[in-house]
Structures are given as C-alpha cells and as structure tokens.
Design a protein around this ligand. Structure first.
Ligand code: ADP
Ligand code: MG
Length: 333
C-alpha cells in the first residue's frame, strides 16, 4: 500500500507558537513511518509559510492526503486555517470551521454550553468600547453580578495569555487593560475559590467518546502561562481522584460540550469541581497541547489508547469526515 502523505502544519502567528513547535515535534516523531510519509509545514511567528504547498484552489493539488494542523490559538485553532483547508478540499484532523471558531471564542462557547444545559460559573462580557466610554458603570455591573475575586480573560486566546485573577477594585482596571490589549472583547467570570481543575479528552466524530478524567494541580495561584509551560511544579494526576458519580458527570458533560459546538476529531474539555463537589464546565480546546506529556494524549494512554494509536485514529476520523462531506450534494440539480 502506498504511504499516506500527511502534512503537519505547525508554528503559526500565535502567542502559542512555541507550544505548537513542541506538540508538532512529538506528533512527527510518533507517526508510524511505515504508514505515513510526513510533510512538515512550518509557519513562522510572523505568518510566513516555509513552503506554501496548500493553495485555496482545489484544482491545484498539494499532493497531500490529509493534514494535521498542530496549531494552538489564533490563526490555527480558530477556524481560519480550517477555512483554508476546506477551500483546498483537503481532509484535516480536528474540528471544522464553525466549531473551531466558536470554541476559540469564550463568549460563543459559553452561550452554546448554556443552551445545552451545561453548568458554568456566572460570567459577563465587556467590549473595549464599553470599557473606554463607561468604565465606572462596567465596574459596578461586574461587582454587582460577580463580586471579587473575578477572572478577566481575552475572549479569543488560550494558554492563560492575558488572564488575570482580580481580588479588588484597584486590580480590575489593569486586568481589563491587559485583556483588552489582546482582544476587543473580554470575558469576566466569577472566581472560584478552593476549586479543583479537572480535564477530560474526547475523541470521535458522530459518536464521540470521553477518556478517564485527569486533575491539574497548578504550581501557581492559578494555572497561568508560567504554571502551564515553564514551571516544573505543576502536576497532572491521572485518573483524577473523583467519586464514580463525578467521573460520570465529567465524561457526560465532556461529550455534551463536544456536541454542543459540533466538534469533530478531538477536544479537551476543562472543568472546575467546586468545594461542594459540583462539576462546572470551564472550556473546550479543539487543538489541545499534544506533546507526549500533555494531558490530552496522556488521558487516552491511561484509557488504553497509545499515543501513536491515537494519531492513527485521528487521521482515520479526518478521512471519514471528509468522505462524509464529499458525499453531500453541492448542486441543486
Ligand atoms: N472563574 C475562575 N475561577 C478560578 N480559576 C479560574 C477561573 N477562570 C480561570 N481560572 C484559572 O485560570 C486558568 C486559565 O483560564 P482559562 O479560562 O482556562 O483560559 P485559557 O483558555 O487561557 O486556558 C484556568 O486554568 C484556571 O487556573
Ligand atoms: Mg484553559
């Protein structure tokens, strides 16, 4: 059998560029060289492609059979790259355009979760123009509806970039300014005190499955950029020490969250468990960290699927989804 040509797109114009380099390195190393011919496609931090082999014109073949965008954050995980791959008519791993875009946006994502009946912490959205014209009113609104501590986050980002924990009124303005320097839209959420952070991996397409959940013990006061990628003191506990009922709830919510955004392929769904033991959903990540020691593949490993078997399955799903889409009518006649 001829080898499947797999394009790995990595790097990218994102604050998570470096994380993508690490994820891609692991993916490239683990893909079965007997089955796949690997074509690495690097995008610089300024957006320049080392080799522009993918064209939006579907009649100009790239020679690729399938693409794995191993890109985190904006211009990779947010539907823009998926749009290019759709135009090129290439099968690709992971969520489609709309699912990627809504999962990247913390307001759209929350609205869909709420519609699906998934429990969230109370939250508000603030736009840059509102903050600049009526900061005092915004402060009052946030204090009335959320209280301190609050978490302030740019709507479209990840890896905790621009996220602040705000414990008092004095800290609110600098946190808003920081988040608004990354996005015109900011999510402000009630801060959970004494909660735990639990994550669950989802894999599949029409019938997604959830892994065993894992728990994160962040090295810092919260799971900020430093605690995620720099400090060696953050811990992953697999399986998460939860009751059987909590585990079931996490897995059920993870699959429902995946379906709420119409995701495909893979996603890591992140939760809080509050002091009373209640499970609350935090977010979905459609291209989670994918190094060998990242939570997404580790959870599958503990569930019985090795790193390279997981990659095989993701590629199969990408091809399956593409076939499903090709079978749809594209013309009225
Ligand atoms: N409402 C909250 N209460 C307590 N901790 C929070 C809250 N929101 C975020 N955090 C902390 O900040 C981290 C990053 O926030 P998150 O919403 O997951 O953003 P990102 O998409 O950048 O990962 C979380 O992993 C958690 O440690
Ligand atoms: Mg997160």
């Amino acid at each position: 059998m001829p080898k499947l040509k797999v394009g790995i797109i990595y790097g990218g114009r994102s604050g998570e560029h470096e994380v993508s380099l690490l994820s891609a390195e692991s993916v490239i190393k683990a893909l079965d060289k007997e089955k796949y011919e690997i074509i690495p496609i690097k995008i610089d931090k300024d957006g320049r492609w080392a080799d522009q082999i993918i064209q939006p014109d579907p009649t100009r073949s790239s020679g690729l059979d399938v693409v794995f965008p191993v890109l985190h954050g904006p211009y990779g995980e947010d539907g823009t790259m998926q749009g290019l791959l759709e135009l090129a008519n290439l099968p690709y791993v992971g969520a489609g355009v709309a699912a990627s875009a809504v999962s990247m946006d913390k307001t759209f994502m929350r609205n869909l979760f709420q519609q699906a009946g998934l429990p969230l912490l109370p939250w508000e959205v603030v736009f840059g123009y509102e903050w600049r014209s009526a900061a005092e009113q915004v402060v009052r609104r946030l204090e009335d509806s959320l209280g301190y501590p609050m978490f302030v986050k740019p709507a479209n980002l990840g890896s905790s970039v621009g996220v602040s924990k705000v414990k008092s009124r004095q800290e609110l303005a600098p946190a808003m300014e920081l988040a608004l320097s990354y996005d015109r839209k900011v999510v402000v959420e009630q801060g959970l005190e004494g909660g735990r952070e639990v994550e669950c991996s989802v894999l599949g397409h029409n019938h997604p499955q959830a892994s065993i959940p894992g728990e994160i013990i962040p090295a810092n006061e919260f799971y900020d950029y430093e605690a995620k990628y720099i400090s060696e003191d953050s811990e992953l506990i697999i399986p998460a020490p939860l009751t059987e009922q909590q585990t079931k709830t996490v897995q059920d919510y993870a699959v429902r969250a995946f379906q709420a955004v119409d995701c495909s392929g893979l996603a890591r769904v992140d939760f809080f468990v509050d002091r009373e033991g209640k499970v609350l959903i935090n977010e979905i990540n459609t291209i989670p960290g994918f190094t060998k020691i990242s939570m997404y593949p580790k959870l599958w490993e503990h569930t019985g699927l090795s790193y390279s078997a997981l990659l095989d399955r993701l590629i199969e799903i990408a091809l399956e989804r593409h076939r499903e889409r090709q079978a749809l009518r594209t013309s009225y006649y």
